[in-house]
Design a protein around this ligand. Structure first.
Ligand code: SF4
Length: 348
């Protein structure tokens, strides 16, 4: 790693950050619970989308004690639509651990923070530096891109060794008393100037005087990434069963994708309406009408669901399902977006 370039980062980034930082709700204080919650929500999710979730979550569960005491259904409901629901489960588990082991006070030590459920090196580094002023870098894709451009490094940033080298190099230049701001300045520059998709705004960049990628004109070739594997395709038929306005739901298994959330009944493969009808009858459901059919898809990190949704009107609320009223769908049951998109289509 290039020492001179790393040494120059704090003095170039901190004044720029003081001028250019966006006013984000989680930047208004240094409460560890707020920093933690925002960092978890921001993983894989856009800042604009997180803002309303963050406010709603804190209104419902204003502190670690409240989160630890909440049931998982409540937390899932607050998380509904954000995706990656294991984050919501780990948040609650970690809150319980903080209450049990640390009397409800967030630990101010990197190793203890890192050991909490759902907290990896990046999040521990962010909380450590922003909430507790520890010299603990938070290295994610944004920071790797930035470092790889400013140093014009051609090594593949998906290599775990590179991440730890960047972490060590940054840790050695963390400015005492400004650790939190330094972490946030790196995040901010990666999110707003040295952007991932599209041309980086080098003219507005505080690192332009030292940036080797800019000097060499290779910004868009960096960082070097491993080729992504294609997503697995899964084909399924989703059955939207409506009985007097209530919709049939089933709870998903406690492990795996969307664990413990609520789903619509489904079957593998693409069924025609008459095949779906036969299947429902084999389940003891006797629909009155087939209402309509729609096609939807939903993309997860490693898999894509291609779904045919078939809508049925039913006369009876058969007991193998939980029948949710529109009000309960709104307030009680956490139905992930993959399934919920069929409910917004409902015209029954
Ligand atoms: S000068 Fe351009 S490529 Fe270099 S760090 Fe700044 S925005 Fe990124």
């Amino acid at each position: 790693m290039d020492e001179e370039i790393f040494k120059a980062l704090p003095q170039l980034l901190l004044p720029w950050y003081a001028r250019s930082a966006r006013d984000l709700p989680w930047r208004r204080d240094r409460e560890p619970y707020h920093i933690w919650l925002s960092e978890i929500m921001l993983q894989q999710t856009r800042v604009e989308a997180v803002k309303s979730y963050y406010a709603r979550f804190l209104t419902a569960l204003p502190d670690i004690q409240a989160l630890a005491a909440a049931d998982q259904e409540t937390v899932n409901k607050l998380w509904e639509g954000l995706g990656y629901y294991s984050r919501a489960r780990n948040l609650r588990r970690a809150a319980k651990e903080i209450v049990e082991r640390y009397q409800g006070k967030f630990p101010a030590d990197f190793t203890a923070i890192r050991a909490l459920p759902g907290i990896g090196d990046y999040t521990a580094g962010a909380i450590g530096s922003i909430a507790f002023e520890l010299p603990t870098p938070a290295v994610d894709g944004n920071v790797l891109r930035l470092v790889s451009r400013v140093t014009a490094s051609c090594v593949c940033v998906d290599d775990a060794k590179v991440k730890s080298e960047v972490r060590n190099a940054l840790a050695s230049v963390y400015p005492a008393g400004a650790c939190g701001r330094f972490t946030q300045s790196l995040m901010e520059l990666g999110a707003t100037v040295c952007i991932p998709n599209g041309t980086p705004d080098c003219a507005a960049c505080p690192l332009r005087t030292i940036c080797r990628a800019m000097a060499q004109g290779v910004q868009l070739q960096l960082p070097v990434r491993r080729e992504k594997r294609a997503r697995r395709q899964e084909i399924k038929t989703v059955l939207i069963l409506d009985c007097d306005g209530s919709i049939a739901l089933q709870k998903r298994p406690p492990h795996g994708l969307l664990a413990g959330l609520w789903q619509l009944p489904e079957a593998p493969g693409t069924l025609s309406p008459s095949q779906a009808l036969t299947l429902l009858e084999s389940w003891g459901v006797k629909p009155q009408d087939i209402l309509k059919q729609v096609e939807k898809n939903h993309i997860f990190t490693h898999v894509e669901w291609n779904m045919t949704g078939i809508y049925f009107r039913c006369a009876q609320k058969t007991p193998q399902f939980t029948w949710a009223t529109p009000e309960e769908l709104e307030r009680v049951y956490s139905v992930p977006t993959a399934y919920r998109q069929f409910l917004t289509e409902r015209t029954i």
